[in-house]
Design a binder for this molecule. Structure first.
Ligand code: NAD
Ligand code: DAU
Length: 335
């Protein structure tokens, strides 16, 4: 099989490329990635001889047409993915997440790909009140609240429209927060770990009682593999760990303990505008229909993730420089 993976040099995309090389050694793998700030060719170093890499923008119709031509399957990860950046500068989110997705859909239709899988997020559903026991499922209404989630919601609608209108065989997965190796250190867990390793504090958006549904990245990769194998065209699958609730403060304290640091390394800072207080997923559909279940526990994998950052200081130190420092100052200076 020939598989095109967009955004394969980013966090989840590169984990997926590693997963695919290991589990489907006979396949031809092509990665299309523009190497934006979160894309890093180092993430693919170990598998570079087993894939073809195209450095290009999903918004460029010529690049996209050439990349999609001859492919059996497209798995679409490429996106601007950080909520705080979408608040500071939304334009690129509209461009890549909406226009870029549309370019890929057009090419997928033209070249008659057998499956276009769109990797999306639970953030399209908005937020759940902290005291509520509600969990989202495939019927939950869309209610995105940040430029990032609004752009992902728009892309989901376009992907579905290409199924309904043109019969393009699509599937969508809306997943909860991932964590694991190669996670860009602007996101909460890798930021917390790398800050502590640098002797700095963990910034906690006020008041720290927000809740996320953390899923180890390999479990997400396996879910996508199953959707490609057994998922029905036109369907959406929600993917989440469904573990007990962990507040951001609890997660920060677990990371402090893993790195032998005290509470003086916590710093409460001003909140994110429009901060979604809670996400929670009911993943019964993918569990019952496709037999998926997460294999990795949150606390056990948090520990191995901390170890990964401890052992790969060169990787994150190189990333936490240049443009990153400018963004960091802009995002945290007035909080
Ligand atoms: P990431 O920011 O780490 O990686 C994004 C990748 O896309 C980078 O390699 C970047 O270079 C590439 N890219 C960006 N703009 C591009 C463009 N115009 N053309 C080509 N490549 C481009 O993101 P991630 O966290 O790995 O997320 C991957 C996908 O999964 C996204 O679609 C995101 O919405 C979705 N998702 C992420 C999470 C999460 O917790 N991180 C959860 C659910 C869904
Ligand atoms: O739910 C899936 C989504 O998860 C993905 O679609 C996004 O691409 C991904 O970035 C992630 O979004 P979040 O906004 O939930 O992730 P982030 O790591 O930025 O923040 C996690 C929680 O931690 C959130 O409640 C905000 C909080 N936070 C974050 C940062 C960066 C802090 O308290 N301090 C921080 O410095």
């Amino acid at each position: 099989m020939k598989i095109l993976i967009t955004g394969g040099a980013g966090f989840i995309g590169s984990n997926f490329v590693h997963y695919w090389v290991k589990n489907h050694p006979g396949d031809e793998i092509v990665v299309l990635d523009k190497l934006a700030y979160a894309g890093n060719s180092q993430n693919l170093e170990e598998v570079k001889n087993k894939i073809k890499f195209i450095k290009g923008d999903i918004c460029d119709p010529t690049v996209v047409d050439e990349a999609v031509s001859g492919m059996d399957v497209v798995v679409h990860f490429a996106a601007e993915s950080h909520v705080d950046r979408s608040i500071l500068e939304p334009d690129e989110f509209v461009q890549t997440n909406i226009v870029g997705t549309h370019r890929l859909l057009k090419a997928a239709l033209k070249h008659r790909v057998q499956r276009f899988h769109h990797v999306s997020t639970d953030e399209v559903f908005g937020q759940i009140p902290l005291e509520s026991k509600e969990k989202w499922n495939e019927e939950s209404p869309y209610n995105p609240r940040s430029p990032y989630s609004a752009s992902k919601a728009a892309s989901d609608h376009l992907v579905r429209a290409y199924f309904t209108t043109y019969g393009l065989p699509i599937t969508i997965s809306n997943c909860s927060n991932n964590f694991g190796p190669f996670h860009f250190p602007e996101k909460f867990i890798p930021l917390a770990i790398t800050n502590l390793l640098e002797g700095k504090k963990i910034p906690i958006y006020k008041p720290g009682n927000q809740v996320r549904d953390w899923l180890y990245v390999d479990d997400h990769c396996e879910a996508i593999d199953l959707v490609l194998k057994k998922g029905r065209a036109g369907e959406t699958y929600l993917v989440g760990a469904d573990h007990r609730e962990y507040t951001n403060m609890e997660v920060a304290k677990m990371i402090l303990r893993l790195l032998d640091k005290g509470d003086e390394f916590l710093e409460i800072v001003g909140d994110r505008p429009g901060h979604d207080v809670k996400y929670a997923i009911d993943s019964s559909k993918i569990r019952n229909e496709l037999g998926w279940a997460p294999k990795h526990g949150f606390e056990e994998r948090l520990k191995t993730t901390v170890e990964w950052y401890r052992e790969n200081t060169g990787w994150w130190q190189a990333v936490k420089s240049g443009e990153y420092l400018k963004y960091f100052e802009q995002n945290y200076q007035n909080r």
